[in-house]
Design a protein around this ligand. Structure first.
Ligand SMILES: Cc1cc2nc3c(=O)[nH]c(=O)nc-3n(C[C@H](O)[C@H](O)[C@H](O)COP(=O)(O)O)c2cc1C
Length: 359
């Protein structure tokens, strides 16, 4: 049966993917409390719609970092998309371009960032993991610039990898044909024994990512690129303030889909404080648990400019390649349009904090 909502893509993905790969995508850290809380936080918030407003046409478009997008949803960076489908990031790029929004390409993509840029002309940001070897980081940034990426989204919540116990249990190993193609020759996983580290990915991160990164390094990153920087993985208001002081263009309020520190606050819960602390000095995005058009409207009502969609796009990819991601994005766009209409909002700008109440 065809899925009628985003969550229904998950069982389809489970059918189509190897169990190890499915668990890697759908799992979270430790007891998966934060992963579940990300959904619960949306359920705790109620909408308070207005009526008798002309919604005969509803405009879902918005603007992020001076780029028009068709609806306030971007595709989150997710690593190793060829685990879900052979076309991987190439298919996601085509579907995202067709849907008129931005794809954020992971450092750990399983296609080269050049090939992903060439696959579809739509706007893309590059998600950056900072490597101990500064020249590796610098080279990635340069390649992203050369290939037309419009922003660098630096992930700041992974000094180490969260303890993803499904992956430990499965001794998750990337299949031989799934490799981080951005660094062939640089970050060779061959010879790493997943049993020693719990999972292949934990080993990669532990051996190569820079866990000594500080705010000073954000200054360094600013100095090596002309592209706007976005910091992904902010939860504390103090950190959001520091981000605005250091002069980044945006932040993604995120707990990494519950895949890093378990038991943390949800992005939705901390969003209002962060938005009021940073004002309009930085653009504020959020992610974690977006599954419905109404979730998107709730996040906008709490002050997010746009949201990022993680697992559902990978489930769509697993279900039916490019067509599956397209279905997911169109379904969510239609839901956003309906939610806006039923809230009495003819456009995104009409969404205000008056539209939500805690239950
Ligand atoms: C399979 C998978 C891989 C991910 N890989 C990355 C990554 O490489 N870089 C990154 O910053 N975030 C990564 N994330 C986190 C997402 O960007 C995003 O924060 C999270 O998935 C949002 O929650 P959601 O899945 O509930 O929508 C990954 C998430 C998943 C599910």
């Amino acid at each position: 049966m065809d899925p009628v909502n985003l969550s229904e893509f998950e069982p389809l993905a489970r059918e189509r993917m190897a169990q190890q790969a499915f668990d890697y995508v759908s799992g979270g850290a430790d007891d998966e409390i934060s992963m579940k809380e990300n959904r619960a936080a949306f359920a705790r918030l109620a909408l308070l719609p207005r009526v008798l407003i002309d919604v005969s046409t509803v405009d879902t478009s918005t603007r992020v970092l001076n780029q028009d997008i068709s609806f306030p949803v971007m595709v989150a960076p997710t690593a190793f998309q060829t685990l879900a489908h052979a076309d991987g990031e190439l298919a996601t790029a085509r579907a995202t371009t067709a849907a008129g929004t931005i794809m954020i390409v992971s450092t750990l993509a399983s296609h080269r960032l050049e090939d992903i840029a060439a696959a579809a002309p739509g706007p893309k940001w590059f998600q950056l993991y900072c490597y101990k070897e500064r020249s590796v980081t610098q080279e990635l940034v340069k390649r992203a610039e050369t290939n037309g990426y419009q922003a660098i989204c630096v992930t700041v919540d992974v000094p180490r990898l969260g303890r993803r116990e499904r992956d430990f249990r499965n001794q998750f190993t990337l299949p031989p044909d799934v490799v981080p193609r951005n660094f062939e020759g640089v970050a060779d996983l061959a010879g790493i024994d997943p049993a020693e580290h719990g999972s292949h990915l934990t080993a990669h991160i532990a051996s190569l990512l820079d866990d000594s990164l500080t705010w000073d390094d954000i200054d360094w990153l600013k100095s090596i690129t002309t592209l706007p920087l976005i910091l992904k993985g902010i939860l504390a208001t103090e950190d959001a303030k520091l981000a605005s002081e250091v002069g980044v263009a945006g932040i993604v309020v995120s707990n990494h889909g519950g895949r890093q520190l378990d038991g943390v606050v949800t992005a939705l819960d901390v969003l209002p404080d962060i938005v009021s602390a940073v004002g309009d000095r930085v653009e504020v995005f959020m992610d974690g648990g977006i599954r419905r058009g109404t979730d998107v409207v709730k996040a906008l009502a709490l002050g997010a400019r746009a949201v990022l969609l993680g697992r559902p796009s990978v489930w769509g990819l697993a279900a039916d390649g490019e067509a599956g991601v397209t279905k997911v994005l169109h379904m969510l766009r239609d839901e956003v349009e309906l939610a806006l209409a039923l809230c009495g909002c003819p456009n995104v700008a009409a969404v205000s904090s008056e539209l939500v109440r805690s239950r």
